[in-house]
Design a protein around this ligand. Sequence first.
Ligand SMILES: N[C@@H](CCC(=O)N[C@@H](CS)C(=O)NCC(=O)O)C(=O)O
Length: 216
Amino acid sequence: MVLTLYKLDPSSSVRAVLMTIEALNIQDIEYIDVNLLTGEHLKDEYVQLNPQHTIPTLKDDDFVIWDSHAISSYLVNKYASDESLYPGEIKMRAIIDQRLHFDSGILFPALRGAVEPVIYRGEKLFRPENLDKIKSAYGFTNKFLTTPWLAGDQLTIADICCIATVSSMNEIFPVAEDIYPNLAAWMARCSEQHFYKKGNLPGLNIFRELLKSKLS
Ligand SMILES: N[C@@H](CCC(=O)N[C@@H](CS)C(=O)NCC(=O)O)C(=O)O
């Protein structure tokens, strides 16, 4: 196998995949940075690989797949020694898939909507209507978390994908423990995981510094 991940560490979607790679202990992988800030993702070579020109993109020999959720489930299906991160039991998998779609449809758009005007369009404040979307996303997530992990009693790729996004949103609008206690406790549980420390923290720190530089 020749695995290549096209990435840039501050991206939350990339960090979801980096965490999955750490959780699965995949060692043999080549990393190629694609700098969105200089438009590298729009160059012909990359668009031929991924016409949607997003990061992350994974190449496994001649197979190419993008979208962090699709990549994470592919990696577990292909490389995990067991299915604990993405169990096959039908109802459990349905709940995990719902959370993954929630990340794609609610969490990530709220993050991207708030961040893009600041990073790409020179705005110096987050727009109130975009902060409202983050608060609404926090509210939903807090309500889902009636169990220790997002899809029940077991940590899965639903947690990995959603914590990548929520930890980034937390840099924009910190999660208040008194308003979102379940969410705050889940974030603390996620941050104790070895894959979070290696796969999420380094890029999250870069993301924080990037925001700081754009807002100042
Ligand atoms: N749903 C996708 C979102 C990927 C995405 O939008 N990534 C951003 C960076 S965080 C990107 O590549 N933006 C550049 C573009 O859309 O052209 C995923 O989970 O991978």
